[in-house]
Design a protein around this ligand. Structure first.
Ligand SMILES: *[C@@H]1O[C@H](CO)[C@@H](O)[C@H](O)[C@H]1NC(C)=O
Ligand SMILES: *[C@@H]1O[C@H](CO)[C@@H](O)[C@H](O)[C@H]1NC(C)=O
Ligand SMILES: *[C@@H]1O[C@H](CO)[C@@H](O)[C@H](O)[C@H]1NC(C)=O
Length: 633
């Protein structure tokens, strides 16, 4: 019996392999049509097999999900699981996206053929293929293409857009997502990531250009076309020359006794961080051998995300211990973000528990790098006038830069979450003749200077290494400086984490409940722990409600498609609850600050913060009732 079944399946397979004659009959005509259309346009044999198998198994639920939905082009471009269908990342979806995007650029940017487009890719499965397909489409439309000949850090794309004055840039990467994901990130001609309404317009153009042109598939042509140029050598030279110009104390770097350990987390960073250390005059770092080269399987980490804290840095810590190295620098796989850990020398500092290694939060690194960028600026420009100088941070990041700005006399602005907004604001400020010295977000993204209008884990790594070497000459560590910063500018204690929720309806329910807390719309919670802590301000950037502003109207732009509410408590605690654009998470960010002239017992503050955050989670998110999963690590 089993044998017979087996034969039948094999038979089906043979027929289908020959000429797509497999019968598609799911009972849903729309679905049938979408599947046959996809099979007709697709040229990837493995993907075709996968679909045929689903059809043979009558897996209608999966099929509907793959074919009746479509990956939506957003401000982050595309991000999704790799696999067949319109709702995943694959050759056909990449071709359709490239066709739509190229038409959109042609209609919206003058001289697009001359200006051209710059394309890069990371070390994931299919990334190079997706980049080549994308290049093919642009070349077939006579648009100049700068296609990197090997994996590069994501920041090379925004850097290249400005250097070559391109019409746009595309990076094929899913950053630190799980290994089966990939993504397609787009930069506009101003070197910043696209913002609305470009995303919606591009989506319309994609939908108008779905049928692949034959020329879109002719990948080998790009390697014979004079329109397709490899910018690697050029960009290496320009980028690292620019970086070298920012190096403040090359002699200090050269002679430092500090040993640095570095991991690119199985991603692209190794060669590039090596070059950065080189131009800064450092001796080579110790590399985590197992994670040195790009490996799309990310075999040594559960998640290739240094933000996940210790588990992602386990191996680095082992290597550092063996080599008596006291500082670890880690990039995420596309090297746009930076994590850092340091061996604890002074256990009396309050924020160090008994662990041997301390992993800095994004907010702490933001404070350190912000301080260092000010120091560099002051040394490099003796008669410094800070009135034209700006630093930016996203609204869910620590306000430590705001406190520094107040004392030092530079300007601080907050933006919505995501570097697309900080890139956007950087462009606007520079147009007004201002200098943007530094921008950061707590998700370990740092922009040092503005030659890259996005986060850059390579330059941030070099700057942080320099800062550590500089402090060492005075017998100080990064942790000591952090302590000094808090003493001078006030304590800023923060706590951020997230809950996982795969059901968008549950997420919606949670936030709707907060908006109608006592029945009517715009009645938000007024306290926690039965009145122990009072809420004095509510800002809802999904609906535009802000009871701290005239007419209850929020000032920052609102986004109906994502959830974001900020509560300000009477004792100064600020906590934001928001959904993530690229992951199934509800994130929270909280901070409790003290003015510099009111030193308090930090232990006490830490306890209050913990108590309040856990009450907000229990009362507002209700993890048990809503079946939320706690974070990994
Ligand atoms: C680091 O330690 C490992 C293991 O002990 C050793 O093989 C390697 O040579 C060391 N690297 C450096 C740069 O000292
Ligand atoms: C700094 O520059 C601003 C604007 O150019 C000017 O108004 C201000 O007086 C200057 N401050 C100092 C201390 O020179
Ligand atoms: C920045 O974003 C705002 C709000 O969407 C928009 O009006 C403005 O044109 C953008 N600026 C740039 C330089 O893209």
């Amino acid at each position: 019996m089993l044998n017979l079944l087996f034969t039948i399946v094999i038979l089906h397979y043979d027929i289908s392999n020959m000429a797509l004659q497999i019968s598609i009959n799911t009972g849903n005509i729309e679905l049938d049509n979408k599947i046959s259309e996809w099979l007709k346009w697709n040229k990837d044999a493995a993907a075709e097999h996968e679909i045929q198998e689903l059809i043979l198994n009558n897996d209608d639920k999966v099929l509907s999900n793959l074919f009746l939905k479509r990956l939506e082009f957003g401000t982050a471009g595309l991000r999704g699981c790799m696999g067949p269908g319109y709702n995943q990342m694959n050759d056909l979806v990449i071709v359709q996206t490239g066709q739509g995007l190229s038409m959109y650029l042609a209609d919206n940017i003058v001289d697009v053929t001359e200006k051209g487009i710059i394309i890069g890719y990371d070390g994931r499965h299919c990334s190079k293929r997706f980049a080549e397909l994308t290049a093919t489409i642009f070349v077939s439309k006579n648009i100049k293409v700068y296609l990197f000949s090997k994996v590069v850090p994501t920041p090379f794309i925004p850097y290249g857009v400005l250097k070559y004055n391109c019409a746009a840039g595309i990076m094929i990467t899913a950053s630190h997502n799980p290994k089966n994901d990939n993504g397609y990130k787009v930069y506009w001609e101003n070197g910043a990531q696209i913002i609305s309404p470009h995303d919606k317009e591009i989506q319309k153009y994609i939908l108008k250009n779905l049928e692949p042109m034959e020329s879109s598939w002719e990948v080998t042509k790009i390697y014979h076309s004079s329109l397709c140029i490899d910018p690697l050598d050029d960009v290496m030279q320009f980028y690292f020359n620019d970086l070298e110009e920012t190096v403040l104390y090359p002699e200090v770097n050269k002679n430092t006794i500090l040993k640095f350990t570095y991991t690119p987390m199985h991603g692209v960073g190794y060669q590039y961080m090596t070059a950065a250390f080189n131009v800064a005059n450092f001796k080579p770092f110790i590399v985590v051998e197992e994670q040195k080269l790009p490996d799309p399987e990310f075999p040594t980490v559960k998640f290739p995300n240094p933000e996940e804290g210790k588990s992602a840095l386990d191996l680095s810590i082992q290597v550092a211990n063996k080599n008596s190295s006291s500082i670890i620098l880690a990039n995420d796989p596309d090297a746009d973000r930076l994590a850092c850990a340091t061996k604890i020398k002074n256990k009396f500092l309050y924020f160090c528990d008994s662990d041997e290694w301390y992993i800095f939060s994004g907010n702490e690194l933001g404070a350190l790098l912000g301080w260092w960028m000010i120091h560099k600026y002051q040394v490099q420009y003796a008669d410094v006038n800070f009135s034209n100088v700006y630093m930016l941070a996203s609204t869910v990041s620590s306000k430590i830069l705001a406190s520094m700005a107040k004392q030092e006399g530079f300007n601080f602005e907050e933006t919505l979450t995501g570097f697309k907004w900080m890139g956007n604001r950087t462009v606007e400020l520079e147009k007004m003749g201002k200098t943007v010295l530094f921008a950061y977000e707590e998700a370990i993204g740092f922009m040092c200077g503005s030659k890259v209008r996005d986060k850059d884990g390579i330059s941030a790594g070099m700057h942080l290494a320099e800062l550590a070497a500089y402090l060492e000459t005075m017998g100080l560590t990064l942790l000591d400086l952090l302590n000094e910063i808090y003493i001078q500018y006030g304590y800023h204690i923060s706590k951020s984490s997230y809950w996982i929720c795969h059901e968008s309806s549950i997420i919606k329910k949670i936030f709707e409940r907060l908006r109608t807390y006592s029945g009517k719309l715009n009645t938000y919670p007024t306290d926690i722990l039965d009145g122990k802590y009072t809420i004095i301000g509510v800002r809802d950037l999904t609906t535009g409600y802000d009871n701290t502003k005239p007419n209850n109207k929020a000032v920052l732009p609102i986004s109906k498609s994502s959830q974001m509410i900020t509560f300000t408590f009477e004792n100064g605690l600020v906590i934001t609850l928001r959904t993530s654009g690229t992951e199934p998470k509800i994130k929270y960010y909280s901070e409790l600050c003290t003015p510099p002239d009111e030193p308090e017992n930090v232990e006490v503050l830490r306890n209050i913060l913990d108590e309040m955050v856990s009450a907000v989670v229990t009362e507002f998110l209700q993890p048990e009732i809503n079946g939320l999963l706690s974070r990994i690590s």
